[in-house]
Structures are given as structure tokens and as C-alpha cells.
Write a protein that binds this ligand. Sequence first.
Ligand code: HEM
Length: 274
Amino acid sequence: MSEAAIAETPHRQASGETMLRRAGLIWFLTAAAGQAAFIYFIVVYYGGRTLAGDFAGWNDKPIITGHVPGDRMGNVMFALHVLPAAIITLGGLLQLIPQIRNRWPAWHRWNGRLFLFIAYGMACTGLILTWGRGTYLSVISGIAISLDGVLILIFGALAWRLAVKGDFDAHRRWAMRTFMVVNGVWFFRVGIMAWLILNQGPVGMTENLDGPADIALAFGCYLIPLAVLELYFAAQRSETPGPKYAVAALVFVMTGVMSVGIFGTVALMWGPFL
Ligand code: HEM
């Protein structure tokens, strides 16, 4: 390597790192805006109707099985699943903000415990709604969301154990993986809307959620974010700038697609029912 190239390398390495950090930050801020819309929808739509005692109103928008007259157990399970969704989505976002973690570590620990407790509750009630109440459109879509539920249980346990052991590097990685699987259901809604808008229609989709695009989205909604996260970790570790630039570019593209989906969820999926 020439002397000029050797002198250039640390500079390129530093700007690769800056680019990667910026891509991660812009992704996070975009996801936070889209998740704030999800939280607002849950609080206003489900929270408002539940507080008013209008349980039948859960069905005002298209869902598979919401309120069923006489099915007290199933209705309670639905409420126990849907209402904490707002708390866990907000709690997950707050856990990832480094300034909060560094300034109020005790708060981070308590919010982390609450997040994991609710995550376990969501995964268990979700599994019961799917297979106990039979809330699925096709077996394959039920399997896809169930695998997400199982990953929430496994990743959550690992993140918690590593924090208790004091292995904070590994804890951070497993906590971020847990964040991705917990938000799988949000990515699913965003992914469906992005696909519909970019293709100008339901290409590869069926009413039973078993078309090729439905299946790819049902598994991809957590496997793709997990894969990109692994690439992000690998790029952070890399001693050369190339992978940092490449992953930063990938994260920018994913953020662009996610923005289209967020627009779709707000304008077409939730907005019309508020
Ligand atoms: C932990 C993250 C999760 C969150 C934040 C979440 C959130 C929600 C929300 C907001 C709804 C209301 C439906 C809507 O209006 O779109 C819902 C419904 C539902 N969720 Fe989850 N969920 C999560 C995990 C799961 C898991 C892991 C499963 C399955 C194993 C599951 C199964 C269901 C089912 C079956 C319904 C009813 C769907 C319907 O009737 O259309 N959820 N969830």
C-alpha cells in the first residue's frame, strides 16, 4: 500500500463509522415516528373504546376475531393482548435511547423488566389467541407469527440473563434482537402497506394471507430486520471502511421502504378509523 493510501485509511474508516452511525440514527428516528403513530392508534382506537365499555367497537375496523358476544375468556385475552401493546412499543423505543440509559440507569433497568414482562405476556396471549381461539387466516401465517412469539421468549430470556450477569456487550446485542422481534408485528403492518403502495396493488397476496408475498412478509417482518441488524453489528466490528459504507447504504434503502410503509399505515390502515 502506498503512503498516501495508508494515510487515507484511518480517515475513510472514521467517515465510514460516521456514515453507519448516521444511517442507524435516521432509521431509529423514522421507526420511532412510525411507532408513535401505532401507539396513538392503539390508545385512541382500542383504549378509547375499552374505557367507554364499547367492547363491540373493537370490531369497527377489519380484524380477524376481536369482540365475540359470550366469549368472555377470548375477549379478556384480546384486551390483555392489545392494550399493553402501546406500553411495550413506547418502552422499547425508550430503552434504545443511549442518553436515557446513561443518565438514568436505574430507570433503564426497571423499564427493561417491565418491557420483558409485557413481551412475555404479549407472546403468550398472542399464542393463545392464535391457536386457542383460532385467530388466523391461514396455517402458514399462524406459524409465522408464532415463530415470532417463540423468538420473543428466547431472545428476551437471553437479554435478561446477560444483563444480570453483567455482560453488557452481549446484553446490548440480544436486547436489540429482542426489540426487532417484539416489533415484528409493527414491521408486518408497515411491510404490507409498503408492498401494496410500491406495487400499486396486492401483487402475490390473497385474502387468506397465504400468497407468496404474504408468506414472505409474514416471516420477513422479523427475519429481515434481524438479518440487517446482524449486518450492522458486523459492519461496526469491521476494520475496513467498505462494509460500513455498504451497510449504511442498505440501512438508508430500508429506511426509505419503511417510510413508504409508515405513510401507508397512517393514511390507509389506522387513520381512517380514528
Ligand atoms: C409483542 C409484540 C406484539 C404486539 C405489539 C402486538 C400487537 C397487537 C395489536 C395492536 C393487535 C390488534 C390488531 C390490530 O388492530 O391490528 C394484535 C392482535 C393480535 N395479535 Fe398481536 N402483538 C404482538 C405479538 C403477537 C404474537 C407473538 C402473536 C402470536 C403468537 C400475536 C397474535 C395476535 C392475534 C391472533 C391478534 C388478533 C388479530 C385479529 O383478530 O385480527 N401477537 N396484536
